[in-house]
Design a protein around this ligand. Structure first.
Ligand code: NI
Length: 267
């Protein structure tokens, strides 16, 4: 796969892999290129930008083609199905084959915003899982208040690999997923004062299944909460993981770097 960005490790320093950041978002229109350059200079050596519909998937892939250290995922987010169309789906099929598209995402179920499209969400989720399997690429799953249905669907596809992004389920659900080879993504919410369940999950998650994510521009960690998020803020997530797991921050960076590269097939 594309070399360059990820090989700039100087003097044995560790680098950070933000496995989920939406730099295609309009929130970055004013300073996207400059910010990505700053983020990279600050030690973020790899980024995966997942699309949420046909347009944002295309933009994510354009960024991935422009920046060596950025990779894309493509797909329809369950909250963006109002933008779904047969023509858009044809485009996704095309974009998904690109070598810098390393996953299908973000896809899944979201019953928080709207419950009225449950059947459509499930149908599109399955269609996108089948695309990932056909292309032998992993998936990035968004599961918000849809834990039972999400688990039931992914269990139907034993060969499927991927990450439950910003995992918010119970330790029991985590155990089910981990047993099946899934990775779990940890984001800004693990730094919130009321974080409890996510920290319990973090305690039981094997070291080789932990991924770190910002979900930029959303989910800023404490003490940046409420501000636009970017990949530099991963250091607060890394600090929290290091504390909970009894590791150094450098160890957390190195472990999650390797985990991300393994899951997304980045050499
Ligand atoms: Ni996201």
């Amino acid at each position: 796969m594309a070399a360059g960005g990820q090989t700039m490790i100087a003097g044995g320093e560790t680098m950070i892999f933000d496995t989920h950041a939406h730099y295609d978002s309009g929130s970055f229109n004013a300073d996207r290129e400059e910010l990505l350059t700053q983020v990279h200079a600050a030690g973020v050596g790899l980024i995966v930008d997942p699309g949420c519909d046909e347009r944002s998937s295309r933009l994510a892939l354009e960024l991935a083609q422009r920046f060596d250290f950025v990779y894309a995922a493509v797909g329809y987010h369950p909250s963006d199905l109002d933008k779904y169309s047969p023509e858009g789906w044809e485009q996704i099929l095309e974009l998904a084959r690109h070598p810098k598209c390393v996953a299908i995402g973000e896809i899944g179920l979201d019953y928080y915003w709207d419950q009225s499209y449950k059947d459509l969400q499930k149908e599109v989720f399955r269609r996108q899982i089948e695309l990932a399997l056909a292309l032998d690429k992993p998936v990035i799953v968004h599961d918000r208040e849809a834990h039972a249905d999400s688990l039931e669907i992914v269990k139907d596809y034993p060969g499927l690999r991927g990450v439950f992004h910003c995992f918010s389920g119970s330790p029991e659900m985590a155990a089910e997923l981990l047993k099946r080879g899934w990775y779990l993504g940890f984001d800004g919410p693990i730094t919130y004062k009321n974080a409890r369940k996510a920290l319990e999950v973090l305690e039981i998650c094997p070291e080789d299944r932990i991924l770190i994510e910002t979900d930029s521009p959303y989910l800023s960690p404490v003490p940046m909460r409420g501000k636009r998020n970017d990949s530099r803020n991963l250091r607060y997530v890394i600090e929290t993981i290091a504390r909970i797991r009894g590791l150094s921050e450098e160890q957390v960076e190195a472990i999650t770097w390797e985990n991300g590269k393994r899951l997304f097939g980045i050499a």
